[in-house]
Design a protein around this ligand. Sequence first.
Ligand code: HDE
Length: 750
Amino acid sequence: DKLGIPDDRGYITFIDPGRDNMGITFKHIKYENLFIYLFSSFLVFVMSNVIGSLISAATDTKKVRDLQSNIISTSNASEITTDHGVKISDTDTWLKVTNSQGTGPSLLEDQIAREKIHRFDHERIPERVVHARGAGAHGYFKVFDDSAKKYTFAPVLTDPSRTTPIFIRFSTVQGSRGSADTVRDVRGFAMKFYTEEGNWDLVGNDIPVFFIQDAIKFPDIIHAVKPEPKNEIPQGQSAHNNFWDFVSLQPESAHMVMWVMSDRGIPRSYRMMQGFGVNTYTLINEEGKRVFVKFHMTPELGVWSLMWDEALKIGGQDPDFHRRDLQEAIDNGVYPKWAFGIQVIEEQDEHKFDFDILDATKIWPENLVPVQPIGEFVLNRMVDEYFPEVEQVAFCTSHVVPGIGFSDDPLLQGRNFSYFDTQITRLGINWEQLPINRPICPVMNHHRDGKMQHRITTGLNYWPNRDGVGHPVHPSNGGFKEYAQRMEGIKQRARGKKFQEHYNQAQLFYNSLSQIEKNHLASAITFELSHCDDHRVYEAYTKLLNNVDFDLAKRVATSVNGVVPDKPAKNNNDQTAPHLSQLDFAPKTPIIATRRIAILVAEGFNLTEVLAVRAALAAAKATTWIIGPRRASVQSSGGGKGLVADYHYEGQRSTAFDAIYIPSGAEHAKSLMANGRAIHWVREAFGHCKAIGAIGEGVNFLDAAINLPEVQYNRSADSDEVVSSYGVVTVGKYSPSSAVTDALTITRGP
Ligand code: HDE
């Protein structure tokens, strides 16, 4: 009723159509500023369209264009045919010999029905032996400058004029293809760079170390963690006897176990995870000099995790939580972004450290070897079809490009054999010809035939040949050349001397965590060992834990009937290192972009206020969802038309959201108070440490639901002062002042 009429303070409210994808925004600004506002809106409109077209240019990478030639749309070819191209007149009825009733035996002669069933029977391929469940997206990679030139001549890492198309597949390790996303596990972070010099696969994880030092142990650790062989239980979990049995007998896993049991094991989003190449690789520069390198990916949004209780619940409520989250962010144009960094150790410094730099159970602490940011990458395009892209993408650690090489890291050496091999079982020998895997640069060689050969190559198929075709390329013209490494040694099965020490860095990691993270870690190990019923297992692990930390071991052992130590098994020298605690990654200015905010409403809520808060949140690129008593129109105060709820209270749980906002409105607050599910909504969110905001009568509801004396509220109906305690932000009266909207756009804390 006040639209377009300046109020007594000279403010005017008007509808601003289409500034964002919510369609309508209410604006409330000073009358005399109206012209400036509209002019600036026009500029924003023009600029966003210019930026929009630049973004779509970046989405359209050379790899995306390459894939287009394989895309067939069902919408522009509406007629159905057999695989051999004959049009089909009936897809619903098998050819039969019918009696007078129209029934009778089906005929094998029906080649159309046979083809349909055959094709269906063979739709599945073996899932990955590990990392079976995953999600993937396209994007691009760019370096900031040529600062890495002193280490490598690889243009992908040194040429700032290049935009390299990438594809990333995130995954869990233990569960099968249909398992839940939010289980406690390591996450795969596998990157394919489609460079002009060939594909470079950086197959990493969200944790910088690994369970084992030597690749020959991989089948053992995986057999131990996977569901137990006798009954295929448990799915998507390491909380069972066999896993803890193995790690108690394999102390080199102690460091990695600390990481997986920390909050890193239950990320909030793939977009909020660090990535690590884990293994030690090498870089070679134009002078032929070699350095050791580790690769780091650091998310712009910070490194955030779920609470364990949330993770458990989401596992049932939305098993696709992380997959959906990636899709939602990309669909909303808030593209996930990471900085790309390298840690470098000169060859002559290889033995300078008290750990072996080739041991994948060790990090290179950043106080000793800082990460140098050299570039960034963005994911900006979801796949067109899951199977041909995410399921058929195949990574190989052995795929490097000139300027990048391997090291003698014994885990990497074994991986370099395993990945190619496993793709043959999964996809067949010609897997590199699949659209998602084929390089964007020319491929030419004398490999031939094999199942599902797609190329038709004319000419000679061996080298040397009389035509001189398909010839090797000199390194000065881009031919791959291995680094000439001096070698001398004894052939034996052995591990390096420094590979024998297993607890220093497990301790370093634990020491570097905040108290909250330590508590979570202790609870996680307690949960896991509580699920082991063989006393030999939980006794052995609690005993081992005392080598990491005395207090931790005591705490866990007491809870799980383990071996409670009376003194530390190993001195704790209290050493810490930067960037091991997730808190070190919190963005300096909190970012609310892509966070999901639930607006809890009942009949009689304050619409103007909800629209204003919603617009403020949308401007900060958060998404808002109306949760109401029914998924239909919910009236606003004074019987207004209100809004259509996105979900019924029962249709979504608080676990799917990062924060909740409860608007004012007397009737609405009363109804919420009388609704057990609504009360559960905010209690659960509070228990999960989420930000909760309330205004006016919404505060009364909040107070009734979270009846804790420690939480302070602003209940004063005429005060717009923001009171914030325990993540609960309240204000008596809504005003369009920035303090209120700023307060409501806080992200949740750690
Ligand atoms: Fe893997 N790993 N791995 N792995 N790994 C596979 O390859 C293997 C290891 C990682 O999204 C398999 O294509 C061995 C470390 C990711 O498609 C297989 C060893 C790291 C993915 C394989 C390791 C990883 C895989 C199964 C011990 C972090 C998923 C399917 C030496 C740096 C890639 C496949 C995707 C997948 C073998 C250890 C990461 C069997 C032998 C360490 C992200 O080849």
